[in-house]
Design a protein around this ligand. Structure first.
Ligand code: CTP
Length: 414
């Protein structure tokens, strides 16, 4: 099958002509070139690929030197695995060398050897990612599909290439979920069995690699579906026993607005709804979360710790404020979305949308002008004024002034 036209259509004219020019350079050096991986998958499904991945049969370094030597091209990044990220005439692409991989033990990074195009396709995760398009001479545009990727794309199946795939690299468990939900695909029956058997091997994957796969999921438009699927398959609890999506979390995920810049934090918040105080450190460690994400986890637990008090029919708004003030906004919001008690949910939302924005009209200087001594007394008085504002006991600067004088006199008198 020749897919040159489809590739040109999906990549666009500018990228396509850069690829043509690189392929001419490669041909002079006797190097074969192929478009590979997700770029092929996306081009065949009518999606414009985000990355342009190109594989060279050998001597990639010489090829890169030659491309850069021709001008209007630069190396953005070179990796130890023989991958170069290039910018050629403003087009970004990745160039790697065909390789064979072996895994010394489950979860280890692979040992890499030079290989053929067939070796390179055979080392990959799923059939839909194990295709290549030739960029060479008369075979230009021919599709190489040794593992039946086109058929699986047509049938909507995610299928591994061999039985050890998830054992070698259990990040593929999370990748399978991502591709399945992204494309509306099913896990092929044997793959589904192998994935289940592969769950224990998630423990062999380093925290950074596991978190990275979660980050990729959280950034997908169908992230909520992916998280839900991961929960249903037991993947979340295989990552850490305290992570799960129960009915309350599912509600939070569904409610997470797609365009919200904090959506990733909300999704994180939703999978830690059931964790306890004792789990916080080990969850943060298992995913090696940065300070911001760690705070989301910690504060979800803190909100839950305060929910009993938030149920109180007669709770003052100032008390709601004091209970939630200083906690992470995404943590509070994910709890609000997951909350089953409507009173608690309403108070969490009241805090987020209203109370946290309330301010006093007076500031510290105003208080010192009426005689409050400089020092902690100023902060304490401002807190009292804010509480009065929150509870509707004062509504204007004059009210605040009156209350401040009265409190000051009471204190002086006392
Ligand atoms: N790959 C793999 N096993 C992994 C990671 C990657 O076999 N654990 C291969 C797949 O063939 C994949 C390619 O490396 O297509 C590139 O990986 P990546 O950039 O992570 O994914 P893309 O396929 O480009 O897809 P997307 O960015 O859309 O997820």
């Amino acid at each position: 099958m020749n897919v040159s036209d489809r590739l040109e259509e999906r990549l666009g004219g500018a990228t396509f002509s850069v690829i043509r020019s690189i392929s001419r350079t490669a041909s002079c050096l006797g190097v074969e070139l192929y478009v590979v991986g997700g770029t092929v998958r996306d081009a065949l499904t009518g999606k414009s690929p985000v990355d342009v991945d190109i594989m060279a049969s050998r001597e990639t370094e010489r090829l890169v030197e030659s491309i850069v030597g021709q001008g209007n091209a630069s190396v953005r990044k070179a990796s130890e695995f023989g991958t170069w990220s290039l910018t050629v005439q403003d087009i970004e692409l990745d160039l790697s060398t065909a390789r064979r991989e072996t895994y010394d033990r489950p979860g280890a990074l692979p040992t890499v050897f030079p290989g053929t195009i067939d070796d390179d396709l055979a080392r990959r995760d799923f059939t839909i990612n194990a295709m290549a398009i030739s960029l060479n001479g008369v075979s230009w545009g021919d599709l190489l599909d040794p593992h039946g990727g086109v058929k699986d794309l047509e049938r909507g199946l995610i299928r591994v290439l061999h039985d050890r795939s998830f054992v070698d690299d259990a990040t593929r468990v999370l990748r399978a979920i991502r591709y399945a939900c992204r494309q509306g695909f099913q896990l092929e029956a044997r793959t589904s069995e192998l994935l289940e058997q592969g769950l224990p091997y998630l423990s062999t994957i380093s925290p950074d690699r596991v978190r990275h796969e979660f980050e990729r999921i959280f950034n997908e438009p169908r992230a909520a579906k992916m998280v839900e699927f991961a929960g249903r398959l037991g993947v979340l609890s295989a990552v850490h026993p305290a992570l799960r999506v129960d009915t309350t979390s599912l509600r939070a995920i569904d409610a997470a607005p797609e365009a919200d810049a904090r959506r990733a934090e909300l999704l994180l918040g939703s999978i830690v709804q059931s964790i306890g105080d004792d789990d916080v450190d080990s969850v943060v460690e298992r995913l090696n979360l940065n300070a911001e994400w760690a705070l989301v986890v910690q504060d979800v637990v803190k909100v839950h710790g305060r929910s009993k008090e938030l149920m109180d029919e007669n709770i003052a708004k100032s008390r709601v404020y004091r209970l939630l003030h200083g906690l992470n906004g995404s943590a509070i919001e994910s709890c609000a979305m997951a909350e089953t008690d409507p009173r608690v949910a309403a108070r969490l939302r009241l805090y987020l949308h209203k109370l946290r924005h309330v301010q006093t009209s007076l500031d510290g200087n105003n208080l010192m002008e009426i005689g409050v001594p400089q020092g902690p007394a100023v902060g304490q008085m401002l807190d009292k004024l804010l509480d009065a504002r929150l509870d509707g006991l004062v509504v204007s600067a004059e009210d605040e002034c009156g209350l401040a004088r009265q409190l000051h006199e009471d204190e002086d008198g006392g």
